[in-house]
Ligand binder design. Structure first.
Ligand code: HEC
Ligand code: CU
Length: 476
């Protein structure tokens, strides 16, 4: 076969390759189109890693081009199948092809090692400290300087260095916020650190976070959101989160959009709560049965401590922050403002979970929940063995996420579902069908628990779940 005709046959392939390369180069790395890109860093840490990548890509490209040119030259030079002269051993050449790669490696090592030193250095002493605790399959975030604990939704001020201390409650996990550059493993019996300063220009905004170390059944459902906010918004958020839950802390909220029973109704509703649930609550979760809360007696003695309005904590409520709510999402409650939180209607599409709930979890439509009854059901249904609601001394369990300000969160269950009535009701009804392997047990009446392989031992009917949902939605 002659040269020119071979070239003609190759032409379509070459054209295709050229097109592919051109198209690839066209895409920009901007965050709205590629929300999880690492090529558009929004922090100092992200930039130092991205700069290193750019340097290495450039060096690699130069080596690639030189090598390919050499190859093409040889192909061209011996195109007529002329047999080249054979040689055996060439010390000069061997030294040369050892030295050149060694030289290239030094070129790559210098910026790499420099970046490692920068990203592994201890954080500045005045950095904001946040403890990140990995759980199968959700994230716990603690702000030790403020006594604030939350889950799956992290708030950080822009322009200030934030130092994360990473630990795990169970197996290995890995903390990753692609756009902010932070990626580090959570290792058993060891604390890892990573720190960064988010760019001032990005506030307020939200970024996706992931677990990026396989950690079991629901690893891919272990996500989180990072809200990068201004210092003022952060201060307001912290003030709101520091307070005890609004529903517990004062009289009924005067919010016409979400009517809540008055304190009197709380008392009268107590007698209407079916007692059957309490008897079962000790077995909640089977193998994962919650420990009895240290602060309280047996679960079924709870009504003694009712109503909430006269509990010791409530009698002397902590000073509530006034906060500076911005955006309609922040409803002012009578008991005090919830403080700033990222307005739900401003959530970009990429940060809103799109996963549908499993169709097989049925839920009666048209039920109206009563938050006061819900609070009681929350205590009787075993929830308090695994969940903290600050302001309610009975709710002291630490197996699951802190729910003190649950209604200020936009997602639930490791950031995989939107925090809406429909999803929340189904989550409480059958968490283990919503999220395979979930440590939170299946709790709905007649629901099949795929982990225990039998129907739920604790059973809440749809009305009780609707009441609990109404209660949780008051926790701002
Ligand atoms: C055996 C412990 C246990 C019990 C009992 C339990 N939960 Fe949970 N709960 C968990 C765990 C663990 C998670 C985190 C699950 C995940 O995301 O993988 C969770 C998650 C949640 C969430 C989502 C929180 C978030 O921010 O994502 C809500 C809401 C919730 N539980 C409510 C309840 C209610 C209401 C009850 C009682 C009817 C209850 N839980 C009983 C352990 C428990
Ligand atoms: Cu994981």
């Amino acid at each position: 076969m002659k040269g020119p005709s071979r070239l003609r046959r190759l032409l379509p392939y070459l054209a295709f390759a050229a097109l592919a390369i051109t198209l690839a180069a066209c895409g920009s790395a901007d965050s709205t189109r590629y929300p999880n890109t690492t090529f558009d860093p929004k922090s100092d840490l992200g930039r130092s890693i991205d700069d290193l990548w750019d340097t290495l890509l450039l060096l690699g490209t130069i080596v690639f081009i030189l090598t390919e040119l050499g190859l093409l030259f040889v192909v061209w030079k011996y195109r007529n199948n002329k047999e080249p002269k054979h040689t055996h051993g060439n010390t000069k050449l061997e030294i040369l092809w050892t030295l050149i790669p060694a030289f290239i490696l030094v070129f790559i090592a210098v910026p790499t090692v420099r970046t490692i030193f920068v990203t592994q250095a201890p954080a500045p002493a005045d950095a904001l400290k946040i403890d990140v605790i990995g759980h199968q399959w959700w994230w716990e975030f603690k702000y030790p300087e403020y006594g604030v604990t939350t889950a799956n939704e992290l708030y950080i001020p822009v322009g200030r260095t934030v130092s994360f201390a990473l630990t795990t409650k169970d197996v290995l996990h890995s903390f990753w916020i692609p756009q902010l550059g932070a990626k580090r493993d959570l290792i058993s019996n060891h604390t890892n650190y990573v720190w960064l300063t988010a760019d001032s220009a990005i506030a307020p905004s939200v970024w996706n976070g992931f677990c990026t170390e396989y950690c079991g059944t629901s690893h891919s459902f272990m996500r989180f959101r990072v809200f990068t906010v201004t210092q003022e918004q952060f201060d307001s958020w912290i003030a709101g989160q520091k307070a005890t839950a609004a529903f517990n802390a004062g009289p009924a909220p005067a919010n016409p959009a979400a009517p809540v029973a008055s304190a009197a109704a709380v008392t009268s509703n107590l007698t209407q709560v079916p007692g059957g649930v309490a008897a079962d609550s000790a077995t909640a979760g089977g193998q994962n049965a919650p420990a009895t809360p240290a602060t309280g007696g047996p679960v079924n003695s709870l009504p003694r401590n009712q109503p909430r309005a006269v509990s010791p904590l409530d009698a002397n409520p902590p000073a509530r922050p006034t906060g500076t709510p911005t955006g309609a999402a922040n409803v002012q409650l009578a008991g005090g403002a919830p403080g700033y939180f990222f307005p739900r209607e401003s959530m970009p599409a990429y940060a809103v979970p799109q996963r549908a709930y499993p169709a097989k979890i049925m839920f009666t439509t048209g039920l109206t929940g009563d938050p006061a009854r819900g609070q009681t059901a929350f205590m009787m249904g075993g929830c308090i063995g695994c969940h903290v609601v600050r302001g309610n001394p009975m709710a002291a369990g630490t197996i699951g996420p802190d729910l003190t300000h649950f209604a200020t969160r936009h997602t639930l269950a490791g950031g995989i579902f939107p925090n809406t009535t429909d999803y929340l009701a189904r989550w409480i009804k059958n968490a283990r069908v919503m999220k395979p392997g979930s440590i939170m047990p299946t709790l709905g009446k007649g629901e099949y628990d795929p982990v225990l392989k039998r129907t739920a031992p604790v059973s809440l009917d749809d009305q009780q779940i609707a009441d609990i949902v109404a209660y949780l939605q008051q926790l701002r």
